[in-house]
Design a protein around this ligand. Structure first.
Ligand code: NAP
Length: 680
């Protein structure tokens, strides 16, 4: 059914219609109008102000863990409501397989960031970045980097090809960072973004002002941005250049992240001839990348690079496989590839392929007609898969410059590994490349040869193929972005994606001041002695800096021998005086490091059952000075940091410092324990 109803923007806490200049949002399948979009007349200054003055403070009042919990709630809410989104997503040309990438992939990114936040971020309003930096001889002046949320707004400008994933992969890290976002989807497929945004709003989970939506152009919004704001853009080279050079973005140093077109390559190794698993994997992956989302993926394989010896076989195998691809109405189960997102997009792809065809030969597909199942080729934005090949021996240029953003790839031959590397590099920077080889030397040469030109490299072979996530899938833990032509931006990559929305500040102060600020005990800061042993205190009752100094214990030669024989660690440094002396580090026989750790535990542990539930590891362990028979060691145990992990328990990080009879440090480490919470 046609609908000419306007899909409004969500601005300053309410749905608002545009006034004029409506764009018709059309189905990719048959061109029906699904709705209208316009942002004209909206007050973009109010929008930015609302994000800054309402959304920002509400988000920053929460800790990272609280926002992570909300993200999880939101992901669960959307996950239970995918069906209506799938139904609408068909209209963008997406098949069922494509929904998994856009809708499920988007929701999966929310889940991924929620769990990363819960595991890796603190229950605080800042994040510590790196270790304490000692700045003075006496230890009274130190520094540490902290990260705090920018106090502005994030503007997310998305491309048309992923109306859901595009929104959510930017939103998840931004929200976790505590920065309000405004999403501006590409108008062509914004009806699907609108539907998902409406669900997000309906959920009531997000704080007021955390998220706004523009249906249509950005008006004068950029004029209202400043140095606390971020623009994260996905789209074409031309638009990214316009935005980057905008007076305010350039002048106010607005953070600008660009993800743009990319001529990604797949390279078949010379070892991977016909009959090898890698050859088959290569052919499968190229065809998959050409047809998933009808090739409208920034990561799709545009340049298929094969050794000249296997070139003909690759071409034949690709053509054979492409012949079996059923194009048509994406609602049909039999259809593997739907239409492009719009008729304009088809026109653009035809123009790009025509340009490529001045240097390459079309070996599969047809630019102007194709048999489509369950739909009308002309009414919808259908196009056949199009494989081009450069086999006339002439050097080609356009294949490294023209991006046909559709089901298109060009096959290129190479002679030596160095040639293959040079060809891949001629893309001038890409999001991703794949290498298909079972030869370590070939893999090393290719990966290191093209590494700096790529944000991600997939080395696919028979050992990892079954579990591989594929060439085209950006994943939340891995960076998504590429240098040069690909925009020079980086998104996702676990917490790296969150850090784009935080400011890093180096704070210089005394250890005590820094301890107070960071809630992480800093060496040299004041310690607090309490009458009871710290192991008697529940998680909440432990104070940062609370400290215990044990009695000394003298280590004898008998102790060392007993430990050696008991554990079986009779290494010469503990057992053979002459050999130990000959070692450049030891004055003679020394105590085992593990003996020191064990004795340390024996000194500081308070044995009776209590709030300490388990020791679950040591970090940053260093044996600084050898301990010889007759040395007396004692331990200072200090509460360094507390992280609530679960409702029942939290993680306590203890600073452990073992010293000898002359107060020299012999070993240091962080001990991690799980402590019961008094509220549990
Ligand atoms: P586009 O024309 O540059 O549009 C991208 C976005 O920018 C749309 O939301 C568009 O809005 C908006 N826009 C256009 N002009 C603008 C302006 N002057 N001010 C503010 N916003 C503006 O790109 P496209 O053709 O839709 O997208 C396809 C391209 O995106 C391909 O080149 C593809 O490689 C690239 N892409 C890259 C990635 C990646 O992660 N690297 C992912 C997907 C796509 P309207 O729709 O309202 O014009």
């Amino acid at each position: 059914m046609e609908s000419r109803a306007q899909l409004p923007s969500f601005v300053a806490g309410r749905w608002q219609n545009g006034l004029r200049g409506f764009s018709e949002l059309r189905s990719a399948i048959d061109g029906r109008v699904l709705g209208l979009a316009s942002s004209s007349g909206l007050d973009f200054g109010e929008m930015a102000g609302y994000a800054r003055n309402v959304g920002g403070p509400k988000l920053r009042a929460l800790t990272f863990l609280q926002r992570a919990a909300m993200l999880r709630q939101l992901a669960t809410y959307l996950n239970d409501r995918r069906e209506p989104l799938y139904a609408l997503s068909f209209e963008t040309g997406a098949t069922k397989r494509d929904h998994l990438v856009d809708i499920d992939g988007g929701i999966g990114t929310l889940f991924a960031y929620a769990s990363r936040g819960r595991r890796e971020l603190p229950d605080e309003k800042f994040v510590l970045d790196g270790p304490v930096e000692p700045l003075s001889r006496g230890g009274t002046f130190v520094a540490r980097h902290i990260l705090t949320p920018l106090q502005g707004v994030a503007l997310h400008v998305d491309a048309f090809n992923f109306p859901c994933w595009g929104m959510l992969e930017k939103f998840a890290p931004t929200f976790l960072a505590g920065v309000p976002a405004i999403v501006k989807p590409a108008t062509a497929t914004s009806y699907l973004t609108h539907a998902m945004f409406s669900l997000i709003l309906e959920s009531g989970i997000l704080p007021e002002g955390a998220f706004q939506l523009i249906m249509g152009g950005t008006g004068d919004l950029l004029d209202h941005l400043g140095g606390q704001d971020v623009v994260s853009f996905t789209g074409s080279h031309a638009t990214s250049v316009t935005l980057r050079n905008h007076r305010v973005i350039a002048g106010e140093a607005v953070r600008f992240i660009a993800e743009r077109d990319s001529l990604n390559a797949a390279i078949l190794g010379p070892d991977a001839g016909p009959g090898t698993p890698e050859f088959d994997l290569f052919v499968d992956e190229v065809v998959r990348e050409m047809t998933v989302k009808a090739g409208q993926k920034c990561t799709a394989i545009r340049r298929t690079i094969a050794p000249r010896a296997h070139y003909a076989a690759v071409k034949e195998a690709l053509v054979e496989k492409l012949r079996k691809i059923v194009v048509g109405n994406p609602r049909l189960d039999s259809v593997q590839m739907g239409p492009l997102a719009t008729l304009d997009q088809r026109k653009a792809v035809r123009a790009s392929v025509t340009e490529l065809a001045t240097e390459a030969r079309l070996v599969f597909g047809d630019l102007n007609k194709w048999n489509v199942e369950g739909a009308d080729y002309q009414k919808g934005a259908f196009l056949s898969p199009l494989l081009l090949a450069i086999d006339n021996g002439r050097p080609a240029r356009k294949v490294h410059e023209v991006e046909a953003f559709g089901p298109v790839s060009t096959l290129l031959p190479y002679d030596t590994i160095d040639d293959a590397i040079e060809l891949a590099k001629r893309g001038s920077g890409s999001l991703v490349a794949s290498v298909f080889t079972y030869d370590q030397d070939v893999a090393d040469a290719l990966i290191l040869g093209i590494g700096s030109y790529h944000g991600r490299i997939l080395a696919l072979d028979r050992d990892c193929a079954r579990e591989s996530t594929g060439h085209g899938s950006p994943l939340p833990p891995l960076v998504h972005g590429g240098p040069g032509r690909a925009g020079g931006g980086e998104e996702l990559g676990g917490l790296r994606g969150v850090f784009h929305y935080l400011q890093r500040t180096a704070v210089q102060a005394s250890p005590t001041r820094l301890t107070g600020l960071t809630k992480a005990w800093t060496t040299g800061a004041k310690t607090i002695a309490k009458p009871e042993h710290p192991f008697r205190h529940a998680f909440e009752d432990l104070t940062i800096g609370e400290s215990l100094l044990t009695e000394p214990r003298t280590i004898t030669l008998e102790d060392i021998e007993h430990f050696a024989n008991f554990t079986g660690d009779t290494f010469y440094a503990h057992m053979d005086e002459e050999a130990a002396k000959a070692n450049p580090f030891f004055p003679g026989r020394v105590a085992h490091g593990y003996l020191l750790l064990s004795f340390a535990a024996g000194l500081f542990v308070d044995p009776a059952p209590g709030p300490v539930l388990a020791n679950y590891g040591l970090e940053n362990l260093r044996f600084v000075k050898p301990v010889v028979p007759g040395d007396a060691v004692r331990v200072r145990l200090t509460v360094k940091q507390k992280t609530p992990r679960q409702a029942e328990h939290g993680e306590v990080r203890w600073d452990v410092r073992i010293t000898n009879q002359t107060d020299e440090v012999v070993a240091t480490y962080d001990l991690l324990t799980l402590n019961a919470r008094s509220s549990a």
